[in-house]
Design a binder for this molecule. Structure first.
Ligand code: ITT
Length: 192
């Protein structure tokens, strides 16, 4: 089955392709002629995931899905949350975001945090949402070079390594996106 995945993030694309397996061919927006940035202006992860998926569906008329992810830190009242990509700057500056997060967590004993992903699927003009959550904590310093974004600072519960110190398979087995995309895959298999 061919389906469009509304992302320009190559790391995400690889993670999601690995979870969905060979039965699905993921197309990027660019491969479908969408060269512009897809708007992401809503106040919630659900809203943004739906906004991206609807934009693609309206412009291509093809089945598609989008995800939006936020890192929710308990001691920061759930920040950076829906603003995770633009926490420190206007762009996707992962290094600056991690520096700011460490600074805001200086001297904070409660390090609890979670990643939350919402996937919005549009299939035959019907909309579906799938959620994946992984609980963990913010490390005192960055470790590891795998993955992307906040991975060098996030230690999932049950581990003493950050996501950036894990292989893609290990991360996918427990991660927010892995969980949400496995729900998506189960749904797509159940109806095909
Ligand atoms: P697209 O919108 O093009 O898919 P994005 O990087 O903006 O890519 P999101 O809006 O879903 O992706 O994610 C917001 C930010 O959250 C992202 O820029 C990263 O900093 C962070 N993030 C998302 N998923 C992550 C993950 O699995 N590990 C670490 N950080 C992640």
């Amino acid at each position: 089955m061919e389906i469009i995945f509304a992302t320009n993030n190559a790391h995400k694309l690889n993670e999601v392709q690995a979870v969905l397996g060979d039965g699905f061919r993921l197309l990027t927006p660019r491969e479908c002629g969408i060269m512009e940035d897809i708007p992401e202006t809503q106040a919630t992860l659900e809203g943004n995931a739906l906004q991206k998926a609807r934009y693609l569906y309206e412009h291509t008329g093809r089945d598609c899905f989008a995800d939006d992810t936020g890192l929710e830190v308990a001691a920061l009242g759930g920040a950076p949350g829906v603003h995770s990509a633009r926490y420190a700057t206007d762009g996707h500056d992962f290094a600056a975001n991690n520096r700011l997060l460490l600074k805001n967590m200086e001297g904070v004993a409660d390090r609890r945090a979670r990643f939350r992903t919402v996937v919005a699927l549009i299939l035959d003009n019907k909309e579906y949402l799938f959620e994946g959550i992984v609980e963990g904590r913010i490390a005192e310093a960055e470790s590891g070079a795998e993955g992307f974004g906040y991975d060098p600072l996030f230690v999932p519960d049950g581990f003493d390594r950050t996501f950036a110190e894990m292989s893609a398979e290990e991360k996918n087995a427990v991660s927010h996106r892995g969980r949400a995309v496995r729900k998506l895959a189960e749904f797509l298999h159940s109806i095909s």
